[in-house]
Write a protein that binds this ligand. Structure first.
Ligand SMILES: [Zn+2]
Length: 416
């Protein structure tokens, strides 16, 4: 479905003034800004805007008007327009996407029908009281001790990134179905690994984004902050190097980092959950969009100091990029942002950590709202990288060896 892309492109060509009126509350502005290097992108990110896409000689950004103004002082803005609800109210429902209740239903039925290998765990509540859920997939799933090498997949930090919620659900369903169909590879996998899948960290934001059948391009959670501002950027609210780059102190900003690290019930819950999973060695945070595999650091363009950790992260990211066609890159080499999940997981939880920016590649291909047709594409591309990481969870440094064991999963079994 290219409708979104075309709509935006059409709008993009029109003068800004066409959309500035309407008497609505000041919304967020989308802009295309000339920027050719990392230093420029870093300056732009530090104004608090969200960098939505990095091109060779430009970035696409969204931000509140004051942030856009700050960018315009130093950079050439090729075009911009105000995002209004009307403009992001696209025709046609993406029925394959799960709203919150449908997701609950899907996870619960997976757990009810497969109690031997699936355990559903509520590990916290959102600001509006929705349960935060993990699906643990392993043999003897009801055992309370976690002692197999584990991995944690997390989706849905950012409300509008609905594809990042669907992919983890599809991954869980695929693994369970393969096990039930008698795949020996997957049976071996579940005997020797514990797979944790948290599809949705930000249910309040996600529900708000689709309320009334209209996409609102919402990013943050929905905690009222006093005044007119609502929401903290959950992927700027983790503690490591919190607030040092690419995050805003302005509660109205889309990259608002929160009053303190872990100020939000959602990030607190993830923190407690991950801290309790001593057996887990790898954390993967799914986002959209851009088709990237990112590894630490994100807060600044400095290399991971431990050479072996650096090489293993880089090797894993590059191995996976060869599988899904994404670009593997250190996170901050695009632009810095602090307080994200991956920096925290590596720095403070001693885990290998990756951020996937899933399909599509660009705004023109649909951006946050590419349509449900992309789900099968995303799944086909990213299944193998996930199986690869699950395989390495016993010792991610094995990635540095040739012939790193990967359960001997035959490609045929992955393509069913
Ligand atoms: Zn995101």
């Amino acid at each position: 479905m290219k409708r979104l892309g075309l709509t935006l492109l059409t709008v993009f060509a029109l003068p800004f003034s066409s959309f500035a009126g309407g008497g609505e509350a000041p919304g967020r502005v989308w802009a295309k800004v000339q920027a050719t290097n990392q230093f420029q992108r870093s300056l732009i990110a530090n104004t608090g805007v969200v960098i939505e896409h990095v091109g060779d000689d430009f970035v696409a950004i969204t931000g509140i008007p004051s942030e856009i103004k700050a960018v315009e002082k130093k950079f050439k803005v090729d075009s911009k327009f105000t995002l209004t609800e009307k403009m992001i109210d696209f025709p046609g429902r993406d029925a394959r996407f799960h709203n919150f209740n449908e997701m609950l239903q899907a996870l619960r039925s997976m757990a009810t029908n497969n109690p031997d290998i699936v355990r559903i765990q509520e590990f916290g509540r959102s600001a509006e009281g929705r349960p935060l859920l993990n699906i643990k997939i392993t043999t003897n799933a009801q055992e309370r001790t976690d002692n197999k090498p584990g991995i944690i997949f997390i989706g849905g930090h950012h409300a509008r990134e609905h594809v990042s919620v669907e992919f983890p659900i599809m991954l869980a369903q695929w693994i369970v179905a393969q096990y039930r169909q008698g795949s020996e590879d997957v049976q071996r996998m579940l005997q020797s690994r514990e797979i944790n899948i948290i599809p949705l960290v930000n249910p309040d934001g996600s529900e708000y984004d689709i309320a009334d059948g209209r996409y609102k391009s919402w990013r943050k959670n929905r905690r009222p902050l006093g005044g007119r501002s609502i929401g903290v950027d959950l992927n700027r609210n983790y503690s490591y190097k919190w607030g040092t780059s690419g995050a805003s102190r302005n509660p109205a900003s889309d990259t608002y980092m929160g009053p303190t690290p872990f100020s939000e019930p959602e990030t607190q819950a993830v923190k407690r959950f991950v801290e309790a999973k001593d057996n887990s060695t790898i954390l993967v945070s799914f986002h959209t969009f851009s088709e990237l595999i990112l590894y630490p650091w994100s807060y600044a363009d400095v290399r991971i100091a431990n050479e072996r950790d650096y090489l293993a992260h880089k090797k894993m990211a590059e191995d996976m990029a060869a599988m899904n066609g994404y670009r593997a890159i250190q996170s901050a080499s695009l632009y810095p942002s602090s307080g994200d999940t991956s920096d925290w997981a590596y720095a403070e939880q001693n885990m290998f950590s990756f951020t996937f920016e899933l399909d599509p590649r660009s705004q023109a291909q649909g951006g946050f709202y590419p349509g449900q047709g992309i789900l099968d594409v995303v799944f086909r591309k990213n299944l193998r990288p996930c199986i690869y990481m699950i395989g390495l969870a016993d010792n991610p440094y094995r990635s540095l060896q040739t012939n790193a064991g990967r359960f001997g999963l035959r490609s045929s079994s992955l393509l069913q």
